[in-house]
Design a protein around this ligand. Structure first.
Ligand code: HEM
Length: 282
């Protein structure tokens, strides 16, 4: 059984008889027909059917491209590490350092973006790609996936604790911004997702039928949560740039490039994950 996000879309697609799952054994021969042209007077339901057909077509085309999950995953490592270096430069060089117990409150705050990217987003991205980049048996890939996500969650909680501490030390209210709403929502859902995954796939472990049914949904919601983390990071960076009134200058360039490379990391991880899986992991 493949854990494949494509499965979810194939289930959702109204005209799914048009598209068949690509045959991994003969990828080159899988040429999905183009989506049917929209009717002249398209109603809302037919237009949504046509747009989901286009989506499936686009996803199926990914499997035809002369680029593999491995290349996408390698690009992801490159973008992810560049974003990490930029994050280091930002918090250490421009903002004085990271220290949860510091007298200087901004050093306490710096723990937040640092852990949210390096600890949470990067580790979650690696966990998502574990089924592509860990050259081991399915159960080992699954273990890496589970453990990386758990460490990411723990570091995210520590990262949010840092900003709560910073706020309470300076008497700043908590959870007032759009960024914090997206962030707190994402972490809560992520915790729930991890727990459900553990109960379903590890202990007490659901029946094979149920696991097969829910695995694509687990994969899809994991990817959506990962993209929400990226949104949270982008809004966080914009917020700090606005709050500190960063105008054109070295620090603002570092912040902008950090955001861009986090976005690129998200895009490359998404590409690697959407590319067909060939492992038997559930
Ligand atoms: C990586 C770059 C990030 C930066 C620069 C950043 C920046 C900030 C800033 C300036 C605040 C304080 C103001 C506010 O409450 O909005 C904050 C709070 C918060 N951030 Fe982030 N953030 C980042 C990533 C994330 C991520 C990835 C998440 C979660 C997925 C997150 C979750 C939160 C939460 C829950 C709060 C509210 C804490 C409170 O109200 O005390 N942040 N962040």
């Amino acid at each position: 059984m493949h854990i494949d996000i494509l499965d979810v879309f194939l289930v959702l697609l109204p005209s799914r008889q048009v598209f068949r799952r690509p045959n991994t054994a003969s990828k080159a021969s899988f040429l999905p027909p183009p989506p049917p042209p929209p009717p002249p007077s398209s109603s809302s339901s037919s237009s949504s059917s046509s747009s989901s057909s286009s989506l499936i077509y686009a996803m199926a085309v990914i499997h035809q491209l002369p680029i593999s999950a491995t290349i996408a995953a390698l690009l992801a490592q490159l973008f992810g590490v560049v974003a990490m270096v930029l994050m280091f430069v930002w918090v250490l060089h421009f903002r004085g350092g990271i220290n949860l117990g510091a007298e200087n409150k901004s050093h306490i705050f710096n723990v937040h973006p640092f852990l949210m990217y390096v600890g949470y987003i990067f580790l979650s991205g690696e966990a998502l790609m574990a089924f592509k980049i860990v050259w081991a048996e399915g159960w080992m890939q699954k273990l890496v996936h589970t453990v990386f996500n758990l460490i990411g969650l723990a570091l995210a909680i520590l990262g949010v604790y840092a900003v709560f501490k910073f706020h309470s030390d300076l008497n700043i209210p908590n959870v007032y911004s759009l960024h914090s709403w997206i962030g707190i929502g994402t972490i809560s859902l992520f915790g729930f997702q991890w727990l459900m995954g553990f109960l379903l796939f590890w202990y007490p472990r659901a029946t094979k039928e149920l696991r097969e049914k829910l695995a694509p949904w687990h994969a899809l919601s994991g990817l959506v949560l990962f993209l929400l983390m990226i949104c949270a990071a982008e809004t966080g960076l914009v917020e700090i740039a606005a709050y500190d009134r960063l105008r054109r200058g070295e620090e603002s360039r570092v912040v902008n490039f950090t955001g861009l490379f986090i976005l690129l990391y998200g895009a490359a991880v998404t590409f690697a994950v959407l590319y067909r899986s060939s492992s038997n992991v559930i």
